[in-house]
Every structure is written in C-alpha cells, then in structure tokens.
Write a protein that binds this ligand. Structure first.
Ligand code: BG6
Length: 301
C-alpha cells in the first residue's frame, strides 16, 4: 500500500515508508527541513528545520504499533482530553491518535515547504488535519459537524506537542505569566496567575485557562528559543512527568523526563468547543525556532 501512496503522491522531497509493524509514515526531506508523520493518528513524530537540532521529542521507549499511541511528537487529542469523563475504560485523549487517517493531498509550497492534508471521521465529526513542514511547522486541526447531524455537539481537542529541550530544569516558559491555571497535580485546583515565567521544578501538569497567547520556551543551555503561536485555542497545557510518573509509564524511559516538555495547544474543560450542524472550528499551532547566543547561559540558578 505504501508503494501505491508513493505513486499517487509523487512530490519531490516526500516518500512513504512502512515499519515492521505495518505502520505507514510520510518522510519529508527538503532544502529547509526534515520531518515525519505517521498515518496512524496523523501523528507528527519529527520536525527539524535546517541549522537546528530536532525540535520535537520522541521517547526511545515509544510503541510504534497499530492501536497504541506513539510517545512524543504531536499526538492529536480528540474528542476528549485526558481520561474520558463518563467511561474510564475508553482510551485517554480520545480516538484520534489511535486510528488511521487518510492522506488526501500532498503539495510542494513556496519556501520549499511541503503541505499534507489528512482526514478522518470520528462520529459525528469530520476531521481535517493540515500540516506544513517548512522553516516553520504549521498545524491546523479543522473539525466539522456535518449539516446532517441531528443536534449540536461539543468536543475537546489538543495538539499535544512534545518539545525537545537541553534540560527541563534550566528552561523558562514565557507567555503564560498573567494566566490562571488548573493544577492537575494538586487536586485540580484553580490557581491564580503567578506573574512569573514558568520554571519546571517538579511534576508539572497544568491547564492554563482562557489564554490565546503565544508561548516561548527559552532554552539558553540549548542555545535556542522555541515559539508556539496559536489560533482558535483557548487553553494551553504544560506537562512534564518528572521522576515518579515517568517510572509508571511503560512507554517512557525512566531517565528521559529532563529532555522534554509539552506545550499543548488545546480547547479543554470550560473551553471545549460546541458546534451546531454545519459549523466548523480550526485549532492552529505554528512552531518556530530561533538560535540564542551561547553566552546567554551562565549555568547559575
Ligand atoms: C497531558 C496530560 O496532556 O498528557 C497528563 O495533562 C498526561 O495528565 C499526559 O499524563 C500524557 O498522557 P498519555 O495518555 O499520553 O500518557
């Protein structure tokens, strides 16, 4: 089947591959970046703009198997976020990251970028994921509720982006200083804004509420800053499992937690999206990287 896909979407810089478990991925290599996306989950696992180290984080212990989530990259969470509120036996973060998506278009764009268009259906919604691999990584999840739907429907979504950092204990995250948050590691309490950049000093699992702001990961030791710009997203989730939770996850290495942080472009909780029949909503995240001067990291805390 991946040979057939290579014939149908013959775009310079793009090829389809299949792993030993039968999962098909799109591999991108252009003058401006490399990247990879698995059709299962429309799951981006890699993006590396030329001149930079890989931007997305992937666990060495990740599964790449049918029906199992990939640990790292950009899982798409839909139609709920976290455990299902009514049925804990349903998969965490919904079905979108577990099911096969269809690739419907692949195109070369200006600036040596490659744009992919993928679709799937999660009853009653139709999902379209548009991703542009270029000097920036642009992702849009468009959710449509068909006109034929019997009633309005609501959902949660997240572009659950795992970023690679030099050491999570030395980064700061800017952009959420004035925003209150639900603290999932402290009885889901709603806490007031801290008015400070976020430092990761213990297990962190926070849903920042009512924020449309960009976030910047300042990684002075890694000599770069990563910016997440978003549209159509009213929640931002910040997650690092730290020591104990890492050990409890079978697909996450015990000592991998310092090398990652998640900044998730989301609509969750009270910011869930409600659509009437015929309506649609788009959630967009754009990732860019900027080199920081080596001198800005002193190593002092
Ligand atoms: C985060 C949640 O978005 O995803 C965390 O806020 C959760 O609570 C994490 O642990 C990973 O989820 P999963 O289902 O991929 O292990």
């Amino acid at each position: 089947m991946f040979n057939e896909l290579n014939r149908r979407f013959s775009v310079p810089g793009l090829r389809f591959e299949q792993n030993h478990n039968g999962l098909i991925s799109v591999v991108i290599q252009t003058a401006v970046c490399t990247g990879e996306l698995f059709l299962q989950g429309a799951h981006i696992t890699s993006w590396r703009p030329v001149g930079h180290e890989p931007v997305l984080w992937l666990s060495q212990k990740s599964n790449y198997e049918k029906g199992k989530p990939i640990r790292g990259g950009v899982p798409i969470c839909f139609p709920w976020f976290g455990p299902n509120a009514n049925d804990p036996t349903l998969p965490a973060h919904g079905f979108a990251r577990l099911q096969d998506w269809q690739i419907v278009d692949a195109q070369h764009k200006d600036g040596d970028a490659i744009e992919l268009l993928l679709e799937t259906t999660i009853d009653p919604f139709r999902l379209i994921f548009q991703v542009e691999f270029g000097a920036e990584l642009k992702m849009t999840l468009k959710t449509q509720l068909p006109q034929s739907a019997k009633s309005s429907q609501s959902y949660e979504d997240a572009l659950h982006t795992y970023f690679s950092v030099s050491d999570v204990r030395t980064i700061s995250i800017r952009g959420l200083e004035p925003v209150s948050f639900m603290d999932k590691v402290d009885h889901a309490q709603l806490k007031s804004a801290t008015h400070c950049p976020i430092l990761i000093e213990s297990e962190t699992d926070r849903v920042y509420v009512d924020t449309l702001s960009d976030c910047v990961i300042e990684d002075a030791q890694g000599e770069r800053a990563i910016r997440v710009t978003k549209l159509g997203s009213a929640s931002t989730v910040v997650w690092n499992p730290w020591i104990d939770k890492s050990k409890r996850m079978s697909d996450f290495g015990d000592s991998e937690w310092p090398s990652m942080v998640c900044i998730e472009t989301a609509n969750v909780g009270d910011s869930r999206i409600r659509l009437s029949p015929g309506e649609s909503h788009s959630t967009t995240a754009v990732i860019s990287v900027q080199a920081l001067p080596a001198t800005s990291f002193t190593g002092e805390s």
